[in-house]
Design a protein. Sequence first.
Length: 500
Amino acid sequence: MTDRKTLTTTAGSPVPNNQDTWTAGPRGPALLQDYQLIEKLAHQNRERIPERVVHAKGWGAFGTLTITGDISRYTKAKALQPGAQTPMLARFSTVAGEMGAADAERDVRGFALKFYTEDGNWDLVGNNTPVFFVRDAYKFPDFIHTQKRHPKTNMRSPTAMWDFWSLSPESLHQVTILMSDRGLPVAPAFMNGYGSHTFSLWNDAGERYWVKFHFKTQQGHKHFTNEEADQVIARTRESYQEALFGGIEKGEFPRWTLQVQIMPEADAETTPYNPFDLTKVWPHADYPPIDVGVMELNRNAENYFAEIENAAFSPSNIVPGIGFSPDKMLQARVFSYADAHRHRLGTHYETIPVNQPRCPVHHYHRDGQMNVYGGIKTGNPDAYYEPNSVNGPFEDKSAQEPPLRISGDAARYDHREGNDDFSQPRALFNLFDDGQKARLFANIAAAMGGIPEEIAERQIALFDKVHPDYGAGVRKARAEFAGREPAISVTPATPQQAAE
């Protein structure tokens, strides 16, 4: 016991008594000079920080990305070169629920990855689905309002949710995935991850290629029915955390195969669909997935708050060889994610250890909240601006991306022909077998419980346009279940679905 450490204040002073308040006599009031008590209470009041507006409930772990394929002709990114091994952090999450929400709820899952490369942090911030509900960032805040609590009732509103979706046909693809078996994975290890957006790769020759990133689970797909999920939630609200943390502690390290779809830059002008539309996928027959490497998660965080809650992922974190695209949702997220972190964690949030790059960092951002690094270390205190003549950090022209070669103006992009919101959901619907369709219909019927009939019929009319059987199946399920959740056993995904 002699080697036990002494309890101290945050300033390092030994604490003589951590049991009793300093008072004026045995019955007297507490004294203001009991600074140790004040420090303890003040820190307790500040132990919580604002939770994320979306993706508040999450689970994460550390691991490695190992590159086994060769896409060096497409990109100069060092983390994507053959044989590269890059330490990384993954955080999975639900979109709509708050911090205390149950893990096993039907929702889209966030799939956020931070790669600590030698050229800085590369963040790939996506979901477990290859598409999203909207294609334009103007609609994103309104969409999130429908997923959160009603301002008067303070409860979730299925009416608002279906009202928005029924007025936004572009959401059909994502709604179909969400209400299918894939909408309720058993645990993080049993779902795919997608960058979702179209990004770009560029090489030393200045050639640009459009790219989609996919992480395909090597554990296989497992899903809950609504009834099975209810039983899990009755037992625990932390089923995902239990599965991810517990599995890694037991040495069961989950793995995903990294694949990319590559599109030559000029092809974007001729595809019958907008390749930058977040509600669309690229057909695999046109742009076959290429195996690139393996992501493995093999280490749990030592402190959840410090390393998972404080983790800040942003699509704005790219490295030479990887770039953006004209995807309007991506363009908005490049701003909004970093801005959210500055609000939630502080101006210098990237000085928090879990967010710090593993390479040298030199910049001229000064002062403000959380400036804990004391400025850049140039050896010259006069180097606090740029350009300067005192050997301060300066630009590196080799990191400059090649110019975009997309023709047309903003209006043509906004009103591009071929903006078909029904064909791809139809192709997905046609992949489902009879059991999967039955569960899809039943899940939608349950989720529509209690909403106005006008909204329900408007949404079902969109399903009719996808496929007559889709709308008819939902109508029948609504009549059968009348708001009751179905008790139908789940079957594994078909090989065709697993390939998506």
